[in-house]
Design a protein around this ligand. Structure first.
Ligand code: FES
Length: 95
């Protein structure tokens, strides 16, 4: 277990404990943080947030909602992303 901290910009919204196979979107929801979503399967990009720090595992191959350039810009898809250790997430996406 590791700590996931959710921010909007610099404002800390809440803290959750990661679970090995639970997407970040669900961890947020469990503590009352509503991240916009649509497909919940990595295809639409609606749930995109910014990874402030830490590592989030994405499916391999990458789903249609994200690409390597977006990941380089700090983007992560919370509906399919699994925290790999402590993570800070900004609900404001990088694009
Ligand atoms: S909700 Fe569609 S990519 Fe996450």
């Amino acid at each position: 277990m590791a700590t996931i901290r959710f921010y909007r910009g610099e404002l800390l919204l809440g803290v959750a404990e990661s679970q090995s196979d639970t997407p970040i979107l669900e961890l947020a929801e469990a503590i009352g943080i509503d991240i916009p979503r649509n497909c919940t399967s990595g295809n639409c990009g609606t749930c995109m947030c910014r990874l402030k720090s830490g590592v989030v595992s994405m499916p391999d191959p990458l789903p249609a909602g994200i690409d390597e350039d977006l990941i380089e810009d700090g983007a992560t898809l919370t509906c399919v992303g699994i925290a790999d250790g402590p993570v800070d997430i900004d609900l404001i996406p990088p694009i």
